[in-house]
Design a protein around this ligand. Structure first.
Ligand code: PLP
Length: 460
């Protein structure tokens, strides 16, 4: 049986049977899959195609990750060439593509970073926690600077530590209790300010909350603060411009490392190569994944500022080297594909394009505020959230089933959008995060389809 673009219901049926009998899927209920039976067989540009030949405009770039779009045959050639040359060797030695990719990333970061390669965003953050802790052991011998401070409603990954660092109660509940090494503060979620305040008269109460938490915990117990510059999990919250610089200066004041999660934000998504570059900060640790290879192959990385990197240098007998390893880190094939992916982004000016076409799409989506249920449209570049509310004045939320109905209406009309928001189960914000190659006509289609969904479902 070959899976191609050719529509073939028999293929779909065979795959569905085989799948449901053998696969355990992530985060989706199998009963739902039994009903939808979506088998994806082909992809090109911003479009995916199912086994019946139905096309869907993918307004979520897969899982917020296919930045250069689908179907780049050139990357298949890069992978095949690299496999013929060197398919794998552990990264305790050096290889050509990983060295080239690290050099490329360092250039994009301004030239003051080393790159530690891993395989997923979760691992990139997890390695960041461990690097921060090990750094503190080196620099403050005899002290216990181990805590990570994160924010409620953030998402940093699926492993126990990254889940703990995140602040999504619904996702954590089934795995509790956690270690207590991860402490949480209020997020800069201005539409639903946790302090009931408004910007700018709030005086950035969320930053004050961070500082008082550090003081309360004891600065000498804190290793790092982790932030996603533009929070995606909370439903795409763009912070006030001063937020990240103020977080950075608090970190500096108390000798705490700043760990930035660029897993979704990075590689052009927000109109800069990395979202923290909008805010002029200089993080100590940066987690990248997803757009690094546009998901053509699994690869991710933890970028470490040279001032931190230097703490890991010394005579072998001093035992200062990075005390962790993963089999596939620095995989030459994934690195070669990621490097070419970034070159394509540069050649096609996709980062600027994300800024330009993102502004066009946000503008179009703002037109949806004619529906009373559209409480807020926010975003930067092609990272966008549309928060739906029952009542604009009180911001009362819809039942999750009503948000599901919007997502399903769009899918049934050939447009995939996502949902996120507030840490509540499944979320109350429609997320739009398409490939950076999306066209204006495709943006119009997303807006029109959401417009029709809100009208058809009588959501204002
Ligand atoms: C902000 C953020 N950090 C980390 C992760 C974890 O990445 P992965 O799923 O590759 O482990 C995600 C995944 O969606 C994410 O959105």
């Amino acid at each position: 049986m070959s899976l191609t673009n050719a529509p073939d219901p028999a293929v779909r049926e065979a795959v569905v049977q085989r799948d449901l009998a053998n696969v355990l899927h992530p985060i989706v209920q199998h009963r739902t899959l039994e009903a939808t039976q979506l088998v994806v067989t082909y992809s090109e540009g911003s479009t995916i195609v199912d086994a019946d030949g139905t096309e869907y405009l993918d307004g979520m770039a897969g899982l917020w990750c296919v930045n250069i779009g689908y179907g780049r045959a050139e990357l298949a050639e890069v992978a095949a060439d690299q496999m013929r040359q060197l398919s794998y060797f552990p990264h305790t030695a050096m290889n050509v593509p990983a060295a080239g990719l690290a050099e490329k990333i360092n250039g994009l970061m301004g030239g003051d970073y080393h790159t530690y390669f891993v395989n997923s965003g979760s691992e990139a953050n997890e390695a960041g926690f461990k690097i921060a802790r090990q750094y503190m052991k080196h620099e403050y011998p005899g002290e216990y600077r181990f805590k990570t401070i994160g924010r409620y409603f953030a998402y940093h990954g699926t492993t126990l530590a990254t889940l703990d660092a995140g602040g999504m109660g619904e996702r954590k509940a089934k795995f509790e209790p956690f270690s207590g090494d991860f402490v949480h503060v209020a997020p800069p979620y201005c539409y639903r300010c946790p302090f009931g305040l408004s910007y700018p008269s709030c005086g950035l109460a969320c930053v004050k909350n961070l500082e008082s938490t550090i003081i309360g915990e004891g600065p000498e117990t804190v290793a790092e603060v982790i932030v996603e510059p533009i929070m995606s999990g909370v439903g795409v919250a763009v912070p006030p411009d001063e937020y990240l610089p103020e977080v950075e200066s608090i970190c500096r004041k108390y000798g705490i490392l700043l760990h930035v999660d660029e897993v979704i934000n990075g590689f052009g998504r927000t109109g800069k190569m990395f979202a923290h570059q909008h805010y002029g900060v200089s993080p100590d640790i940066v987690a990248v994944a997803k757009g690094i290879s546009s998901a053509y192959l699994p690869i991710a990385a933890t970028l470490v500022k040279n001032s931190v990197f230097e703490s890991f240098l010394g005579d072998p007998a001093e035992n200062r080297q990075v005390t962790q390893v993963n089999t596939y880190g620095g995989h030459p094939v994934a690195a070669a594909v990621a490097l070419r992916n970034i070159e394509i982004m540069e050649e096609e000016r996709l980062v600027d394009r994300a800024g330009e076409i993102g502004a066009y799409l946000i503008d179009g989506l703002r037109g949806l505020t004619k529906h009373r249920s559209v409480g807020d449209v926010r975003g930067k570049g092609l990272l966008i959230g549309i928060e739906l509310v029952k009542d604009r004045a009180t911001k009362e939320q819809f039942d999750p089933a009503q948000i599901t109905a919007v997502v399903e209406f769009c899918r049934d009309h050939g447009v995939i959008v996502g949902r996120a928001g507030g840490g509540r189960r499944a979320g109350t914000t429609i997320a739009v995060c398409p490939p950076l190659v999306i066209t204006r006509a495709e943006c119009d289609r997303i807006v029109e389809t959401l417009d029709r969904a809100l009208t058809a479902l009588k959501l204002g």
